[in-house]
Ligand binder design. Sequence first.
Ligand code: HEC
Ligand code: HEC
Length: 287
Amino acid sequence: MARKPTEKKDVPTTGHEWDGIQEYDNPMPRWWVWVFYATIVWGIGYTIAYPAWPLINGATPGLLGWSSRGDVAAEIQKFTDMNADLNARLASADLTALDDDPALKNYAVQYGRATFATFCSQCHGSGAAGAKGYPNLLDNDWLWGGDIEAIHTTVTYGIRSPDAEDDTRMGDMPAWADVLEEDELANVIEYVVSLAGGEHDTAMAEEGKVVFEDNCTACHGDDGSGIRELGAPDLTDAIWLYGSSREDIAETIRDGRAGVMPNWNTKLSEAQISAVTAYVHQLGGGE
Ligand code: HEC
Ligand code: HEC
């Protein structure tokens, strides 16, 4: 049933009129006005209690001292406290005996995976498969050794790391461009290709073998299978750190190589280093 509008002759109009329709100047309902005032009071109170007004550096802090960073810090602290015991055990653990403590090992590998994602994946790849110049950590081919202690040393002190000069792993692949004659270079490149089973010129490789024996075996071993103490890679396994093409191999021999891996003892905690070591060790199958 349609309601008839009540006539409100005494209500003033705004003076607006369109097409015979006048606009009354009715006051807002009381309840609405009070709710409106309440929101203003609430708003002012809120900006006093909580961080609100932007300043040049940051914002007014608010009387309650609350911050979202504080919330995150408290959350992180909660987990740190929860894991403090495990981290202390991990930091002092004998890593070679980690397999005897499955709970600790499980924790180490999980923690190590997160650490790897944050600190190592930008060079070694998120799946640890590496890239040119950055070794693949999934295979069982190691420049410096793949048992858990060797990995621990590598991670702790790095490789050719200028920040850990006295402790870092050292060993250089010299540049041969100015040392060997052009034909010697060409021949030794053929020999290196032949070592890994690549297609090669037999006569040149024969000559290259002599060059290799004179110049390279001190670091790469008599049979070219590498010497870990020097970080000199196995040249017979067809796993290439710096690329498998003849051009890549020629560049390595002519210009030399010196891959740098940072030392982590100044950036990660002892527990983190042990954790990421345990993680990397189980990736490669673990020597
Ligand atoms: C800035 C790049 C970079 C970062 C970051 C980095 N690495 Fe490396 N890493 C390298 C390079 C380059 C090498 C190879 C050095 C060489 O040629 O001997 C290497 C070598 C290694 C090796 C030795 C592999 C072998 O075959 O012996 C291990 C283990 C390793 N890294 C683990 C890690 C871990 C764990 C982290 C994170 C905590 C990490 N790396 C972070 C660049 C990096
Ligand atoms: C003083 C020690 C030393 C001598 C001598 C030496 N190398 Fe190396 N070689 C190394 C080291 C160390 C590396 C690894 C460099 C790195 O990891 O950055 C290497 C890397 C290489 C690589 C790269 C392998 C890959 O997986 O990509 C080739 C190829 C190579 N050497 C060939 C030779 C040849 C040929 C000679 C002789 C003409 C020679 N090297 C002499 C130490 C040596």
